[in-house]
Structures are given as C-alpha cells and as structure tokens.
Design a protein around this ligand. Structure first.
Ligand SMILES: Cc1ncc(COP(=O)(O)O)c(C=O)c1O
Length: 357
C-alpha cells in the first residue's frame, strides 16, 4: 500500500441526471442507482487514484478471477439528510475497517483509508440531490471489491477494482416475517469466511432460503454448522431474542458478521437499562421460551432495515407465533437509533459522521 494519499479525484460527470425519472415515493430496495459511481483500480501492486464516473456497465474479461473464484467482498452503509440539509453517515469507519477485514480474508489488497473517505465524499457530493429529507429516507451505499485479472488459474488476482455505487432507499418494510431455524444447511463454518462480507456467503444462502420460502418462511436463522443447536444470525442481519425482559444475542465469532447495528444496539440497551446477554443461545431454550410464553420478541438488526421484527419461527415441523407487544424493544431501539442517524437527537456515542459539502 504505497500510493495511499489522494492527489486528485478525476471526475467525469454524467451528461444528464436520471433523478427526475425516479419515483422516490415508491422505491424498491436496491433497484435504482444514482448518476455516478466511484472506481479505483489496483494495478502494478498499488491502488491508483479514485475516479468518479457516470454509473454504468463496466467491461471485464470473461476469465476475470471474480467470476471463477469468487474473490469479491462488499459493504453496506447509509447516508441521511437532516432538516438543515446536513448529510450524515452512521459509523462509517466501522464499514471501512470491516471491508478491509473481509478483503484480507479473501487475499484482496487492503484499501487505503484516504481513498475510501475522499472517494466516498466526492461521490456523495456529486450525487447529493439523491439523498432525500424525511425520517426513513436514506441513500444506501454499496462499496465492493472484485478481482479483475484475467486467467483461470486458481490463485489470487493481481488486479482489482474497488467501486462504490449508491441507491436511494425508503424505510424498509418487509411485511410480516417468519423465519425457519436451520436444521440441515449451514451458512458458515469454524475457520471459514462467515465473519467476512464475502459475496459467496450470500449466493450460498439462496437455495436453502428458497426451500424455506416454499414452507412459508421468509428467511432462515442460521444455526452452528457442527450441531445445529445454537442460533447464530440471519442472512443479512444479526439476531436478537427477548426472553422476559432480557435481550439475548450470539457472540461474534469467525462464523458471524460483526454487525454495526448489533453492536450499536448492545451499547444503547446498556444505556437504557435493558439487560443484555451476549452468549450462545440454544434452539432448545428459545423453543421452550416460546412454549411457556417468556419469549416476547425476536428481531433482526442490520443496516438496511435497522431493526426487522420477526413474527414467528418454525423448527422441526412446528410453527411458533410471537405475541404482539404494545411496548416492544424493537420499536423503542429502532426509533432511538434512527433519531441519532437523522440528527434528531443528541449523539452521546459519537456515532454520527458529517459529510463535508
Ligand atoms: C450476514 C450479515 N449479518 C449481519 C449484518 C448486519 O450488519 P450491519 O449492522 O453492519 O449492517 C449483515 C449486513 O451487513 C450481514 O450481511
């Protein structure tokens, strides 16, 4: 990592903006992209200067290593506009650190911090009209890295592309969600890549999830690969259980993504005197708690939805429904976290990051 200072961001502007053709009241998550993208190439052993280009197709050789060996990692983060037109991000250093942790595991060269933040800032400034005001509106930001070197030998690429694309988003509401506790398939194994946002972790979930959908579930809660006795996380969210008044969530490990929402919720729960236990959670105790009525809530936590309440779960052919609570931890914590994100409340934690305009 030699060339790690930014001397110049070369910007080519889109000839015209697509923004007027976008219906911001009816966005489908992840389907619409802004006018520009950030591109930065790794060549001759170093990351080159970041560039801003009009959003559009890129050309790669069919033998590019990403297609054959899955050398690809990504991130997901958001930008928010407050009532005074300031633009904020939520704990972006965490995403920067995590993409490099993921990259390292996939033998991808780490990306320099200045490239990440200056490139991102330039992109957000050029596309800032896409960040709409209003609680729930945001710009979803997707940084990713792929191995572009041609060649079908199974070895790490010498060339890479780091890109950032952005997609306007509204409040994420998925309707009622019922999950299946995994009994057969696994998402991650000890010593594997579960902790990384490696593209292949997600592709590998599509088939088991499609089977769960046929049984009437929207998502899978993954259990440990060795015994399937312990609950780990959902496909794109960490998972919390409320038993009586205590929140339970699994400890992070090399199988579980170190979610930024998860760690923020744990910190907030401590401040608001909500008891939290970070420990292994067995399927057995959750099934028993569902039966005796002490299981009050299950919710997923992740950047896209912030908190996604879960209405019920299935295990070994049985279905369990959760009570509808007037005062749920999910609603309380989501509101508190979003108020920090939108600069509507004091940020005691120092999580908000202003984007210079
Ligand atoms: C597997 C997995 N778990 C958990 C999360 C939640 O992480 P975060 O809160 O950082 O978005 C994500 C999303 O990034 C994910 O892909």
């Amino acid at each position: 990592m030699k060339n790690d200072t930014i001397t110049n961001i070369d910007i080519v502007k889109a000839p015209s903006s697509k923004i007027k053709s976008v219906d911001f009241e009816n966005l489908i998550f992840g389907n619409t992209f802004t006018d520009h993208m950030m591109v930065c190439d790794y060549e001759n052993g170093e990351w080159q200067q970041p560039k801003i280009r009009p959003y559009g197709p890129i050309e790669l050789e069919p033998s590019a290593k990403v297609f054959h060996y899955g050398q690809a990692v990504f991130e997901g983060m958001k930008a928010f506009r407050d009532e005074n037109d300031k633009i904020w991000m939520f704990r972006p250093e965490e995403n920067f650190n995590r993409i490099n942790k993921s990259a390292k595991r996939l033998a991808i060269p780490e990306f320099p911090k200045e490239h990440f933040f200056k490139g991102l800032e330039a992109l957000l400034n050029i596309d800032k009209d896409w960040i709409k005001k209003g609680f729930g509106n945001s710009l979803y930001i997707r940084p990713f890295v792929i191995a572009t070197e041609p060649g079908v030998s199974a070895s790490p690429g010498k060339n890479y592309k780091f890109m950032i694309i952005c997609s306007p988003a509204q409040s994420y509401y998925t309707g009622e969600v019922r999950v299946k506790f995994s009994e057969e398939f696994s998402r991650a194994a000890d010593g594997g890549v579960g902790f990384a946002k490696a593209a292949g972790n997600y592709g590998a979930q599509f088939y088991p999830t499609s089977l769960a959908k046929e049984e009437g579930f929207q998502q899978i809660i993954w259990t440990d690969a060795n015994s399937h006795e312990f609950l780990e996380e959902a496909g794109t969210m960490n998972i919390f259980f409320r038993v009586n008044d205590t929140l339970l969530t699994a400890p992070i490990s090399d199988r579980i993504l170190d979610g930024i929402t998860r760690k923020s919720l744990i910190a907030m729960a401590e401040v608001y005197n909500i008891p939290v236990e970070v420990r292994q959670i067995s399927v057995k105790e959750i099934v028993e708690a569902a039966k005796d009525g002490s299981l009050k809530e299950i919710f997923g936590a992740g950047t896209a939805a912030v908190i996604n309440p879960i209405n019920g779960f299935g295990y070994k052919g049985e279905k369990y429904e959760l009570p509808k609570l007037a005062e749920s931890y999910a609603t309380f914590l989501k509101d508190k976290l979003m108020k920090i994100q939108y600069n509507l409340e004091e940020d005691k934690f120092g999580w908000r990051h202003e984007v210079k305009q």
